[in-house]
Design a binder for this molecule. Sequence first.
Ligand code: FES
Length: 162
Amino acid sequence: MDEKTLDDVISRYDSPSGRLLGILGEIQNREGYVPRDALEMLSAKLDVRLSQLYGLVTFYSFFSLKPVGDHVITVCMGTACHVRGAVEVLAALEQLLGIEDEATQDGKFSVTTEDNRFTLEIARCFGACSMAPVVEIDGNLYGYVTPETLPGILGNYGWRES
Ligand code: FES
C-alpha cells in the first residue's frame, strides 16, 4: 500500500488513533492482507506503537499479515471435529497442498501454497458439529470429510494431483 492511499484511508476518520480497527480493516479489504510497510507507516503517522498494531492484527482472525490464496480452506478443530478425524483431515490437506507440517504464523495457523492458490487455516467450531469433521472452503461448508473425499472436494476449486 502506498503512502497516498494510506493517507486517504486515514483521512476518512475524525479521530484516527481511536479508529485503529476500522483503518486496519480497510487496509485488509483493499490489499487482501495487512502489509508490514502499511503497519510501519500507520505507526509513524498516528504515533501508535508498532507492537500495539501487531497486537490487534494478530488478535483478530479477520486480519492476515501475509497475502491469502485464491481459495481459503478452513479446517474445524473444535471438539466434535477433533474427535471425529479433523487431525487426519488437516494432515491430508497439508500433504495434498504441499504445505509444510506445523507451519504457523504469528500465533495463527494460516499457510498459503507457493503458487498462492490455496490458504489453509484452522478454526473452532462452525456450529455444524453434527456433520463433523467439517471443512469450509470459500464460505462453503463440507461435512463428514475424510482424507479420501478431499481430492474430490478440492477438485471443485481447481486442485489437481501433481
Ligand atoms: S466442532 Fe466442528 S463444527 Fe462444531
